[in-house]
Design a protein around this ligand. Sequence first.
Ligand SMILES: [Zn+2]
Length: 591
Amino acid sequence: MRLLVGAHLGHTVRYTPIVPLLLLGVMILSMSGSAAVAYTASDSSIEPASGQPVDYVYHNYTNVRDILYTVQAQHPSIANVYDIGDSWEKTNGTADRDILAIKISDNVASEEDEPETLIMALHHAREWPTTEIALALIENLTDGYGSNKTVSWLVDNRETWIIPVVNPDGLDFALSSDDNWRKNRHYFPASDSYGVDLNRNYNGSENGDPLGAWGGAGTSDDPSSDVYCGEYAFSEPETQAVRDLIKARDFQIGIDFHTYGEWVMWPWGYTTDLAEDNDDLVRIGYEFAALNGYLPAQSVVMYATTGDSIDWMYGGADIYSYCIEVGTDKDNFHPSLESDVVRIIGENVPVALLAIDLAGDRSERAFDISHIPTSSRDYSSSGFEITADISADRGIDTSALVVMYGVDGGGWQSVSMLQTGVNDTYAGTTPAQSAGSSVDYYIVARDLGGVELMAPQRAPYDVYTFTVNAVDGPPVADAGLPVSTAIGGTVVFDGSGSVDDGAIASYVWKFDYDGSEVTLTGVSPSFRFEIAGFYVITLNVTDSSGNWDTDTVSVTVEPPAIPEFGQVLVPVATVLMVFLLAGLRGRSKKR
Ligand SMILES: [Zn+2]
């Protein structure tokens, strides 16, 4: 939907999927749960329109609200908009802006046991490109569903929540009145000043370290300050809305987009001490940075903060949380040109998609399915065994191991996989199918940490397929009808009545003759019999699979003829008569 990326964009923004999972040649699939290969760093399709530079038209709150409800109307099965709270001005009765979140997942109205991700944008009023990233992400996830394998798989197997505008009053104020505005629009009559820095209003690190508490480093208690942290933690309706959503969910990974500086940052922001999960936070941070080209670092490296979203998400809600500062110094808080905004979107939509993917196994504990598919299987009345080597650091949930299979494009059914006698090898047997059937299948495994893994990884958008070969049954030999002949007669044998479900590869005829064995080949060989007798000839036909059958045919060769008396008498009498007649004619001439 073009409306999502602005009236001046002549194209939609797409990230580039997808490295094919099938290795050339031997199709051995081995996955470790790492999805880093699934997203590429840049999208060559994201290019600014040619010609004169065009100013980008940023979306205000009303635009965003309309887009979200349009997406929900167009994709009701996978997109649901939630009003998760009011802006400060709405609570004060001076405006009508809500904090809106959109959930994107299959069966969106249901609570499914799927890994959850939170993507947030625009805590700070002037950081408009962040909302554009969120809208482009929403567009990718919804319009790409059904056409893009990776997107479709992510929607089916993840629950993603996106808040495109955490600070709607601030956004509209910055767009209309003061493009350098940062905070929300909370009015403080005592000081006649406006605004709390929403990204200083969370409840600190909540890890018991007083240095990490709300209102510490990087904040001010002066309402006129740009980093005013509010009267108390979560004093603002905007941060309360985010907090309440997070508390009601089970987010594994969270990204909070800001501008600018091209950083990927993780907790802590209040201290140089490393977070307990620092190894994981660093690893994922580097994966994000590899996609958008930004500088990965612990948050405190940029400057110390307390009460920001990522310290609280991590310390307060066990979310692997990232603050991503998009855009260069030249872009500043909001570049004016479309080409710059499009570039920033293209850098960061893949990061968000990767985050959604990694939410399925953010610790990336080793978990492998190794399976060697074949493109055809011989018909078997006992079905088709599917085997795979499956291993997981946390152990395999053997009750959840299944082969999903479908025949000739029919619906999916499942069979359990059980451990074989061999370590790590599991097998399931799909039912017998008739010759010529096409069987699609994939393997689903779950480890004891609840992480699900499939082979192929994006099943059922990718599947293994085999066709069922017809079985090559044995031939039926037919050596033809019995034959009689005289000595010296030539007999032509006839094996053409032999049949096979495939092709007969050889005809071999054998019989004993004059004290030795004669071997003839071919469908209709011939043989001249010089010796009288009764012969039994054995025909052996063999098909291309080596299946064979035999048949016999008899040949009777007559001995020499011995004339009987009656047969001899007539010719003798004839000869005598000839002589007699000749004698009579001779006499009459002399007269
Ligand atoms: Zn910011």
